[in-house]
Structures are given as C-alpha cells and as structure tokens.
Design a protein around this ligand. Structure first.
Ligand code: SAM
Ligand code: DTB
Ligand code: SF4
Length: 326
C-alpha cells in the first residue's frame, strides 16, 4: 500500500508497508548515499533551516510500578531520582511560560505512571494542558496507558500530541520490560489516534538490540496510517542503578544511521533527536540534523537527567544556521 504525495520538487510515495529487509538495506548504505537520500526526502517535506524546540518537564517523578530496564524512575530499580508527586498547576504553567520565553514552541509533560490516574489528578493534568495551549504553545503529555475516555478528555482540553514510545521491536520487547505488553502499547496509540490527538512515538537505541530490531521498530511505527506526527529517537542514557547501567555507549554513527532511516521511512514526520545529545559533539549533532532530525529537546533537563545547557544549544543552532519554529 502506498500513497503518492505531491511536493514542490517531485513526488514521493508515503509507504506503510516497509519491510525489515528494505530498511536494513537503506540503513547500511554507504554513509554519503544514506545522508544524500535522507536530505533529498527531508527537503521535500520540511524547511531545512528550521528546527522544533520542545521543552520537557517531569510533572510526577519516580516510584513507577513498571519495570522498564532503561528507566531510572522505575520502583523496581535502585536509581536515584528526586521522587515527587504531581506538581501543582501554577508551577507547571510557570515552567511552560519560561520555556516559551526561551524560544520553545512545544511543552511536554511527563509522568511516571503505568496508566493515567482516574481521579482529580487527571483533572489537574487537563488544566495544565489547557494552560499550556493558552500560552500559545503546543501541548504534549506522556502519562502511560490511557482509556478511551481519557484520550477523549485530553483531546477536548486541546492536547496537541501524546507521547507513548514503542521503545524497541516487538521481538526484543521482553528484554526491556515485562510488566506490560507490546500490544498494550499499540492499543494506547490506537486510542490516542481515535481521539484525534496526534501521535508522538519512537524508541531507544543502545539497549543491546540488533540493527534488525531497530528496523523492526521502524516498520511498526511506519505501519501507522498516517505516520506518527513525531518520532523521538533516544540514545540510551545508561543510568546507574538500572539493569542497563553497564551497557556500552552506542556508536554515534549508529544514531546518524537510525535517524536517516527513520526520515526516509516516514518522510513527513518530525524526527526528534531526543535523549543522548548531551554525550555528543556539535559536529555529530550536525550530522544528525543532516540525516533528517528536525526536532530536539531544549532546556537544561530532560525528565530526570541533564540536557545540553541552553547557551551551548544556542551556539550549536547558530553554527548550523538552524532557527526554532515559531
Ligand atoms: N511513563 C510514561 C511512559 O513510559 O510512557 C512516560 C514517561 S517515560 C520516562 C518516556 C520515555 O522516555 C520512555 O518511553 C523512553 O523511551 C524514554 N526514556 C526513559 N528513560 C530513558 C533513558 N535512560 N534513556 C533513553 N530514553 C529514556
Ligand atoms: C522521549 O522519547 N524522550 C523523552 C520524552 N520522550 C518523554 C524522555 C527522555 C528521558 C530521558 C531520561 C530522563 O531524563 O529521565
Ligand atoms: Fe515508568 Fe515510563 Fe519509566 Fe517505564 S519509562 S518505568 S513506564 S516512567
């Protein structure tokens, strides 16, 4: 199945039936060929001088009942995070305003829940979403699994996008987390889609998975029709106290290849270079932008871990001649 989309330069088929073999062949192209193809596709759908700046805030941190092997917030591991319950609405909106003043166009609120709560805490989250929208920013949440009704309520509050990552391939999933199934993840994505909120879903590289696992995850992401509005690609931050603490760092060229392959598989999605920039040189990050990443998290912190500081990011974007989206 494919759809021909007109663009200014030519047409390209948006495909929902990629195979692991096809994506592996793309992923393993000589680097110049891969980057050229990714850039060719990128420019058909996106302004190559623009980048989306998103700011994250952990609105509820730690003590999560899930056992995701990468995550410092899981109650199953001994990682140190500053646990706190749901932040109050005013504090969250003050942080959103600050992010906007620093040039961010999207505010993403993350909570360490297995599923979004069904009490007044959920009403407070809805109020946060409305408040962020009133500031003129895009609002994104990541709260764990949702019911149909919760997805509808978030849509009514004006939520722009819901983040819910597949994290890895279906085949590798039980090496990463066993307290929930891949199908549960897909079901929440389906509910979000039916509510009319756009999907933000991607994954992590560097958890011991194979290249084929990464390609398999991209195949599943790209089976969504339309493709997810945004696709975050994270490099594992191997956090002390988690079962993945001792995994070797992923080679940065693998991140470049992963981003380029995601760009080619899902041409009009935003590909976000999410966690992991803090480890990389400006040159490597520039290669990731060339490979088709057109969204980043800015601000000094991701959820619980450091992000490059804002001055450094300003230098990076200015060296690359990239401007934040309005
Ligand atoms: N509890 C919700 C959930 O799991 O959907 C939302 C928050 S959760 C922290 C959001 C995403 O952050 C995860 O799906 C994972 O992809 C990413 N993440 C968490 N810890 C990470 C780490 N150590 N390195 C890279 N990415 C990480
Ligand atoms: C995503 O894909 N990455 C972000 C966001 N979506 C929620 C989170 C990264 C978290 C990194 C570890 C931390 O700071 O706790
Ligand atoms: Fe909980 Fe989300 Fe961390 Fe998994 S990734 S342990 S669900 S906060």
């Amino acid at each position: 199945m494919s759809i021909e989309l007109e663009s200014q330069e030519s047409t390209v088929a948006l495909r929902f039936d990629w195979t692991v073999e096809e994506l592996r062949d793309i992923h393993n192209l000589p680097l110049n060929e891969l980057l050229f193809e990714a850039q060719r596709i990128h420019r058909m759908f996106h302004d190559p001088t623009k980048i989306q700046k998103c700011t994250l805030l952990s609105i509820k941190t730690g003590r999560c009942p899930e056992n995701c092997g990468y995550c410092p917030q899981s109650a199953h591991h001994d990682a140190e995070v500053d646990d706190h319950g749901l932040l109050d609405v005013d504090g969250v909106l003050a942080a959103a305003k600050e992010a906007k003043e620093a040039g961010s166009s999207r505010f993403c609120m993350g909570a360490s829940w297995r599923d979004a709560p069904k009490n007044d805490q959920f009403d407070q989250v809805l109020e946060m979403v409305r408040g962020v929208k009133d500031l003129g920013m895009e609002a994104c949440c990541t709260l764990g699994m949702l019911t149909d009704d919760q997805a509808k309520d978030l849509a009514e509050a004006g939520l722009t996008s819901y983040n819910h990552n597949l994290d890895t391939s279906e085949e590798y999933y039980d090496k990463v987390v066993t307290t929930r199934s891949y199908q549960e993840r897909l079901d929440t994505l389906q509910r979000v889609r039916e509510s009319g909120v756009s999907l933000c879903t991607g994954g992590i590289i560097g958890m011991g998975e194979s290249i084929d696992d990464r390609m398999s995850m991209l195949v599943t992401l790209a089976e969504h029709d339309p493709h997810p509005e945004s696709v975050p690609i994270n490099m594992l931050l191997a956090m002390p106290g988690t079962p993945m603490a001792d995994l070797p760092p992923v080679d940065s060229f693998e991140m470049v290849r992963m981003i380029a392959t995601a760009r080619i598989a899902m041409p009009n999605s935003r590909v976000r270079f999410a966690a992991g920039r803090v480890e990389l040189s400006h040159e490597t990050q520039a290669l990731c932008f060339m490979a088709g990443a057109n969204s980043i998290f800015t601000g000094d912190k991701l959820l619980t871990t450091p992000n490059p500081d804002e001055n450094q990011d300003e230098v990076l974007l200015s060296k690359c001649g990239l401007q934040g989206e309005a």
